[in-house]
Design a protein around this ligand. Structure first.
Ligand SMILES: CCCCC/C=C\CCC/C=C/CC(=O)SCCNC(=O)CCNC(=O)[C@H](O)C(C)(C)COP(=O)(O)OP(=O)(O)OC[C@H]1O[C@@H](n2cnc3c(N)ncnc32)[C@H](O)[C@@H]1OP(=O)(O)O
Length: 302
């Protein structure tokens, strides 16, 4: 039942005409993310989309302060924005970045996984799955311009992209640090990392919950390029131009060849994966670990 409610909510959101989204910011024009006139902006307050139709490129900027945590709303709005871009043949590439200074994304929203109902957990997890599937199998060239720290789910978002550019700032570490919270990265998080850095590096990184600073991130291959902070966006645009020089059909079929077997593993057992998540996240010991971790984050200031 819970799964059906979750699926219905997501489906309703996905099918809702864009212009009727409650938070939509339709058709605003603004200064070009990549320079030049004709940039149009749409999206929602939490997921801004700047499009440059002449270049065929869009920029998705996550804006969920203070830390760009991936709440249910953010996940849903992200999927809707991606779908809109995928369906508009004007666009061939998208850059994913952050509008929150110093933070790419703090990952999954811990408050969505702590002290909530089973129905809520199911709805939330389906939304996490949905975003992963959409990003991982996107026909667009997807480039991450990582302009801030990127733990766990934040790292996962960038791992689904075709290429990762990281700003060279020692504070901007990246990795799947789930074990440090007393939780476990699911198999498809693990697969995404293994496909990027190889089995041994992934095993060590996952068990130890490693967060790599830029130079090390580049060395292990969890990012493809490290550039000075003020060049992240221009570097992402340069990489985009190179990837867009490849004929779409050949690149897309190749991407599919590389990624579909991994995605299919989740698609074939999506409901079972949700049940597994429910069992895991509802355990008293896991809820306790999450509460302790959240309290530590909150007390940091005090
Ligand atoms: C065997 C198989 C089992 C399968 C099991 C299935 C699933 C389980 C696994 C689920 C996977 C989860 C993946 C995740 O993404 S979990 C989230 C991991 N994220 C983190 O560890 C990052 C935590 N945050 C930080 O480290 C820092 O906040 C920061 C991002 C470095 C930014 O630091 P700073 O600028 O100093 O900001 P604050 O720390 O003061 O935070 C401000 C504010 O935001 C709250 N917050 C931070 N992160 C999160 C978050 N991820 N979710 C929700 N809220 C977050 C923080 O509590 C502060 O709140 P207050 O203003 O109220 O104090």
């Amino acid at each position: 039942m819970a799964l059906m409610v979750g699926a219905r909510v997501l489906a309703r959101n996905l099918l809702r005409p864009w212009s009727r989204l409650p938070d939509a910011v339709p058709g605003r024009t603004g200064p070009a993310a990549g320079g030049g006139d004709g940039v149009r902006c749409f999206g929602s307050p939490r997921v801004l989309v700047e499009t440059d139709p002449a270049k065929g490129v869009a920029v998705i900027k996550l804006k969920n302060p203070p830390v760009n945590s991936l709440s249910l709303e953010v996940l849903t709005e992200f999927v809707i924005s991606l779908e809109k871009l995928e369906n508009d043949k004007t666009f061939r590439g998208v850059i994913v970045t952050s509008d929150c200074p110093g933070i790419f994304s703090a990952g999954l929203d811990l408050t969505e996984m702590c002290g909530k109902s089973q129905a809520h957990y199911a709805e939330y997890w389906r939304a996490v799955q949905e975003l992963w599937l959409r990003l991982y199998l996107s026909n667009l060239v997807v480039i991450a311009a990582i302009n801030g720290v990127s733990p766990a789910g934040g790292c996962l978002i960038s791992l689904t992209c075709d290429y990762r550019v990281l700003a060279d700032n020692p504070k901007y570490s990246i990795g799947l640090n789930e074990t440090l919270l007393g939780i476990v990265a699911p198999s498809w998080f693990k697969d995404t990392l293994v496909n990027t850095v190889g089995h041994r590096t992934a095993e060590r990184a996952l068990q130890l919950g490693l967060l790599f600073p830029p130079a090390e991130a580049l060395r292990v291959g969890i990012v493809d390029q490290v550039v000075p902070e003020d060049q992240v966006h221009s570097a992402a645009l340069s990489v985009m131009a190179r990837w867009l020089a490849i004929p779409d059909h050949a690149r897309q079929l190749t991407k599919n060849l590389m990624r579909k077997p991994t995605a299919d593993r989740l698609v074939k057992q999506r409901d079972a994966d949700i049940q597994y998540f429910l069992q895991f996240i509802s355990r008293d010991s896991i809820q306790k670990s999450l509460r302790v971790y959240l309290d530590k984050l909150r007390q940091k200031k005090g």
